[in-house]
Each structure stands twice: as structure tokens, then as C-alpha cells.
Ligand binder design. Structure first.
Ligand code: FES
Length: 248
């Protein structure tokens, strides 16, 4: 008899359900499948009403994040063989649910945009002058933080974001750090107002679950602590450089 595995999925349609409920499906077990394959099987063969997000199936697009047995995972990278005894799939924590496993990402997108995760230049050089060149050493300064795929697993893992939804959050700060460290960027001063605001870096209590959850090794906790250090350092330096008569 073909092997199967029990997959319990959170279902919720805000238009018809008063509360989320769990539904269990019997799915074929295949050693080379990932959790997303099991969810796709449910959609294709058992229950076409199930809603979820996915796209690339290769850990790049960041759209297939869900809680698997309570832990935020990229379901296209979570092997079924690690959940052989059955598992539960729920939407990412800390986000409003639109339907079943689909969460509302508007808050995350607004926070991301607020840190200007792109290269800010005071003056663009003319196109004819060619590229802004960088050495490998300069790229190494920000390479780790550039691996973020905006999957939001770090927000689902962050207890501070869970309690304080205003918190700017791990990925937005890591991406701000990525551009602040980029030799081509001149936007650090513009970003500091957002980063050092009361909902920014100082909200983080250094629990580090964001870095544990990150599937790309970005280490947002490191980005946050480095940004705290730089912000304090910058404030001290600007005070020291200020003429005595102007200090308050
Ligand atoms: S489907 Fe793109 S990261 Fe999983």
C-alpha cells in the first residue's frame, strides 16, 4: 500500500467563518517531496478551495512562507521526510490572515519602503559615465544582508513584532543596513530618522529568533545591533564635533 502522511491545515475564510479551523488531509508520502508539494497535492487532488502563496519553488521568491508545526519555514525548502509522522501548516504568525494560508503583507511592504531599500544618490552621475564600480571587498561589506528575499519569516518569529506591530522589524532593518553599507549609497542620513525612531532599532530586545528563522543566513539580529552601535557612535561624534556653545 502506498505510504501517506497526515497534513493538518488551518482553514479560514473571513467572509464565512467566525474563526479559523483545522482540516486534515491524507497526502501521499514521497521521500523527495517538500512541504509545498504536499500542499500542492491537496489543492490539485483533494480540495481546490485551499488558498496559499507560492511561485518559484526554489527558495528565491520568498512567497511560500508558512508555519510548519509552529515554526516559520519556506515550505518549498522544508523536506517532507523531516515531518514523516504528520504535521500542521498554518499561516505565518503576527500577520492578519486574508484566507487560509495567505497573510496580508501590506504592513511589511510599507515598512520596507520606509527605509528606502534602494541606492540613494545625492546626485546621479550621467549615464555616459558608466557604472558605479565596486571592489569585491566593498561588496563583502553588505553581501550577507543582500541575501534577504523578503519572505517575512523573521517577522513571524519576532516576539517584539508580535506584541508591538509598530516595530519596524528585522528584514526592513537588515535591508536598511545593506544599503547603508553599500559604497555607492548616500542615503544613510535619510534612513536614520526611520531606524532611530521609537518604532525602530531600539524596540528590538535582542532575542535573536529572527536570525534563527532566516532561511538565507542574513542574520537580521546582527544588522540591528550593528545599526544601534553606528547610531550611538554617530550621535556621539556629532556632539563632539559641535561647537561648545551649540550643545544642549
Ligand atoms: S516558492 Fe519561492 S521561496 Fe518558496
Amino acid at each position: 500500500m502506498a505510504e501517506t502522511v497526515e497534513v493538518t491545515v488551518q482553514r479560514y475564510n473571513p467572509e464565512t467563518d467566525s474563526a479559523p479551523r483545522l482540516q486534515t488531509y491524507e497526502v501521499p508520502y514521497k521521500d523527495d517531496w517538500v512541504v509545498l508539494d504536499a500542499i500542492l497535492y491537496i489543492k490539485d487532488h483533494l480540495d481546490a478551495t485551499l488558498s496559499y502563496r507560492w511561485s518559484c519553488r526554489m527558495g528565491i521568491c520568498g512567497s511560500c512562507g508558512m508555519n510548519v508545526d509552529g515554526h516559520p519555514k519556506l515550505t518549498c525548502s522544508a523536506h517532507l521526510r523531516e515531518y514523516r509522522r504528520g504535521f500542521t501548516v498554518e499561516p505565518l504568525s503576527n500577520f492578519p490572515v486574508i484566507r487560509d494560508l495567505v497573510v496580508d503583507i501590506d504592513d511589511f511592504m510599507a515598512k520596507l519602503k520606509s527605509v528606502k531599500p534602494w541606492i540613494v544618490r545625492e546626485l546621479e552621475q550621467p549615464l555616459g559615465d558608466g557604472e558605479y564600480l565596486q571592489s569585491n571587498n566593498q561588496i563583502d561589506h553588505y553581501r550577507q544582508f543582500s541575501q534577504c528575499i523578503n519572505c517575512m519569516l523573521c517577522y513571524a518569529a519576532c516576539p517584539v513584532y508580535g506584541m508591538e506591530p509598530e516595530f519596524l522589524g528585522p528584514a526592513a532593518i537588515a535591508l536598511a543596513r545593506r544599503y547603508n553599507l553599500d559604497s555607492r549609497d548616500e542615503g544613510t542620513v535619510e534612513r536614520v530618522n526611520v531606524l532611530a525612531a521609537s518604532e525602530g532599532i531600539w524596540e528590538c530586545s535582542c532575542i535573536g529568533e529572527c536570525s534563527v528563522a532566516c532561511p538565507k543566513g542574513v542574520d537580521p539580529a546582527k544588522a540591528i545591533q550593528q545599526t544601534k552601535f553606528d547610531t550611538v557612535n554617530g550621535a556621539i561624534m556629532s556632539t563632539m564635533l559641535m561647537p561648545f556653545g551649540n550643545r544642549r
